[in-house]
Design a protein around this ligand. Sequence first.
Ligand SMILES: [Zn+2]
Length: 567
Amino acid sequence: MKVTLLYALCLLGCGLLLPCLAQAMEPDPAADARRFIAAHEADVRPLEKAMGLAWWNANVTGKDADFKAKEDAQNQLDAALAQPEKFAKLKSIRQALSRLSKPADPLLVRQIDVLYLQYLEKQVDPALLQQMSAKGNAIEKAFNQYRAKVNGQEMTDSQVRQALKDSKDSKYLQAVWEASKAVGPVLESDLKAIVKLRNEAARKLGYRDYHVLQLTLGEQKQEDVLKLFDELDRLTHPAFLRMKAEIDAQLAARFGVPVADLKPWHYQDPFFQEAPPIGDIDFDAVFAKADILALCKKFYTGIGLPIEDVLARSDLYEKPGKSPHAFCTDIDREGDVRVLANIVPNEYWMNTMLHELGHSVYSSKNIPSAMPYVLRSEAHTLCTEGIAMMMQVFAHNAAWLTKMGLPVADPKAFAAAGAHLERHNLLIFAAWCQVMFRFEKELYANPDQDLNKLWWDLVERYQGLKRPAGRNAPDYASKIHIVSAPAYYHNYQLGQLFASQLHHAIAREVLHTEPAQALYNDHPEVGQFLREKVFAPGRSLPWNALTKFATGADLNAKAFAADLAGE
Ligand SMILES: [Zn+2]
């Protein structure tokens, strides 16, 4: 009896005392981490889903009330992530986990790392944040309201683009180009002010400048991205210059001027970020009678990644008030994935639908539900952009079109024109991204330097355009991304590198053919490869570890450069 009683007491005592003692003597950061994650899921997950739905509704209807609801949902989510005491707790859990002699479960550590970045982004001083968004909104509004004025006539942005493409009159082109840049001086001082506010916010969080902070939030180091851009330049700049010499000869003939007299307004795009139209192949004609959705279903089903469920939840055609753009969104990380589009039967929408549905297959639809909620998304936006770009290129590919049952009048000419256009676009966009990445990096490092000169030095070096004699104007300020999507542009190019490298891996390991010959049509093993090598890890791997897992190498520019080496 006594014994039993003692034993019972002891059991009770141990049951109560031991964990307390253990906690007092040696804290358990893994248990703390699990508790933090559980609380995050309980509080933040419903807000993220509400935000996803509100975002979707606002873009589908365009109604003021829905935009208001979207703003409210965003504010609620931001407020939940901004709480300083939660961030302090997260920081201490993260430090404690890193100090453990026996490392904790890697998935647990990874969740805490991802949450740390998500909360860090929202720790900006509220007063600064308010000033930044007020300035940002004012600049965007001024930008949207600005109209280029030529010969007393106002022009919209698309009229400017059309005029640069259509006119053969150098004087008129110069006037249109200069008018399109005249928004720069209007925005210059506000832009410099917002850059300084952003830098101040970054420094308060312990970062050298805002560019460094933004890259950190995307798990990127400035010096690593710079190294990649240097490699890209080394491997592609000679091919770019050869291609540009070809374009220059064509443009000189078009405008009846010597090559030496070509000016930035002769390149048929305000920033020379897209290839001037070449030849007379009408890509739209191929799709004029095509059923774009049927083609997408056929293609994605054939590679073992069916998308019927996505299409059923999507909003795909034009209607009043609706956003004119296209995007794909994962509402709940439980498979509710939707595409917003405005399909008309032409080449642009074939391209765009292949692209958006590429995003849709790399989502919670195909990331195993066993992956924890926090990690149930793409490794990085550059990776999902890469998948989308890898799929969209087929719209220009004559062999792909033939397999899809779309007749092309002159397949040989179409194939040549398609390859030519693709190559030009990729080389031109890569050169343009060099300018954007390097300019933004320097802009935040030293906003007081001569930015007009910096911009044109970079444009001359990487895009091979000549600055108009004596020009000293803030032409960088006419690129809205510098205001509205700061320190992000380089990810478009990194996504392109990821797309090429992954395509080469698929050609080599799955289809056993040359990359240029690798079509995915009716190869479900391509989908299987993507499921296992890209989708399954979710965000449990950072972008570069995922690249290595999927392709066997760190992200690099070799595959991209090899595709563009020559024709
Ligand atoms: Zn995209």
